[in-house]
Design a protein around this ligand. Sequence first.
Ligand SMILES: C[S@@+](CC[C@H](N)C(=O)[O-])C[C@H]1O[C@@H](n2cnc3c(N)ncnc32)[C@H](O)[C@@H]1O
Length: 213
Amino acid sequence: MPAGEWATSEHALRYLSRAERYPRRTEGESALGEQVPRDARRILDLGTGDGRLLALLRPDRSEMLAVGLDASEPMLERARERFALEESVELVQHDLADPLPPLGRFDAIVSSFAIHHLEHERKRSLYAEVLELLEPGGVCANLEHVASPTHRLHVAFFAAIGEPLEDEDPSDRLLDVETQLGWLRELGFDDVDCYWKWLEVALLVGIKPGEPR
Ligand SMILES: C[S@@+](CC[C@H](N)C(=O)[O-])C[C@H]1O[C@@H](n2cnc3c(N)ncnc32)[C@H](O)[C@@H]1O
């Protein structure tokens, strides 16, 4: 089953019912928004879910033509409802475990809380595909659930978000910030850094070398 648990309505709706309540989330999303130029036209959202991130980026980017990609039918159904009147948002069903389909080039490729569901090897190869799909000067911005350096900090994170550790998502494949930043640098992104972080939530950013059009 593509994307495991996310294919079930129960899992998807459980996440959506809690999504608003995660502490500091809006701060992280706003930090991501600051890295996506206002004149970015083509934006790809990996693991778009119900389209929350694209909906946040949309108001400040009147020229935006977005593609939201996700494997989960229940999530895509919500996204279709959200963007029912929006011709500027295209939704594509795709399992990120597989290579990205031909989607054209993008000025920005964003993601929030999705890539950590992929196996580590696939995270790295996906970042390589992202670099390939970006226009010169384009931005990759991934607001991500990352691994804590110690188990004690992992427990502290769950306490901070008010969830029991037993409720940890079985589809999580958490990876530390340093490894992911190292990969982005090795792959050839510029200006790679963690631009914002709160406990296990981090904004990882890299720019495709070259001058924007
Ligand atoms: C925690 S939700 C985040 C959704 C949305 N980006 C947000 O910020 O609210 C994780 C999303 O990743 C998607 N996802 C997980 N594994 C995936 C995979 N292998 N391929 C495509 N999407 C996947 C899920 O369906 C879900 O929509």
